[in-house]
Design a protein around this ligand. Structure first.
Ligand SMILES: NC(=O)c1ccc[n+]([C@@H]2O[C@H](COP(=O)([O-])OP(=O)(O)OC[C@H]3O[C@@H](n4cnc5c(N)ncnc54)[C@H](OP(=O)(O)O)[C@@H]3O)[C@@H](O)[C@H]2O)c1
Length: 205
């Protein structure tokens, strides 16, 4: 990469992507990968190290044997999909929870229930979604290719009431994440066809 150091490096998933959600949690492999990250961290090549898509048992596996604790666990968390127990466990360990896809990969934009709450606060659905994760003590990782959206997404100085937070936690889960549905983290299974389709789409865009 030609860099002196990298800001942060994560284990993207405790399991190989095409085995996501399987019973085998690859405990030994994760401990070895973690040891390598610790070494790079201690030598100054990495400024922060963490994990992603780790469940409680995956975190316990690392915490039992590590010399440096993971600094973050990056997980899927958004209105209608809030893994409360995992969030609480992770936070109690002093590990920052990062919420990836806080707007549900864009799918929340179509949700009328969520739109009503956003209207009540005079904000957009992305603003409500981002504020929701902040109020849960999470670090949201929204993505946008649009500078105006980026500015809007940073403007979240309002407060969602406790009552509305409860309501948003209980919004029905999203069943279809659109073109991202084949991704394991959204419930899909990776096979040759889905991988080729993803490569094709990334070339087209
Ligand atoms: N660790 C993991 O396994 C994992 C898995 C998935 C994703 N991630 C990471 O999480 C980050 C975000 O995830 P994501 O892209 O899936 O989902 P996201 O941030 O929930 O949603 C992105 C979508 O929302 C739209 N959007 C954002 N702000 C908007 C606004 N103000 N108004 C209207 N539309 C808006 C974007 O379109 P525009 O571009 O048009 O604004 C885009 O279509 C990425 O950095 C990704 O790498 C990590």
């Amino acid at each position: 990469m030609g860099l002196e150091y990298i800001d942060m490096m994560l284990i993207h998933s405790p399991q190989p992507w095409n085995k996501f959600g399987d019973e085998d949690r690859y405990f030994e492999g994760n401990r070895e990968a973690w040891r390598a990250l610790e070494e790079a961290y201690k030598s100054g090549k990495l400024r922060a190290i963490g994990v992603s898509n780790f469940e409680k048992e995956d975190l316990e596996n690392i915490l039992e044997s590590c010399t440096v604790k993971p600094m973050v666990n990056q997980i899927l968390a958004h209105i209608s999909n809030t893994p409360k127990e995992l969030i609480q466990y992770t936070q109690v360990q002093g590990i920052l929870v990062e919420a990836y896809s806080p707007i549900a990969h864009g799918e929340l934009l179509k949700n009328e229930e969520v739109a009503k709450i956003a209207d009540k606060y005079g904000v957009t659905i992305p603003q409500l979604s981002i504020r929701y994760t902040l109020q849960l003590g999470l670090l949201p990782l929204p993505k946008t290719a649009n500078p105006a959206h980026m500015e809007e997404n940073a403007d979240v100085e309002f407060v969602i009431s406790d009552e509305d937070m409860d309501y948003l936690i209980n919004v029905d889960p999203i069943e279809d994440y659109g073109d991202a549905s084949m991704m394991p983290v959204y419930g899909g299974k990776m096979n040759l066809r889905s991988i080729l389709s993803m490569i094709f789409r990334s070339f087209r865009s």
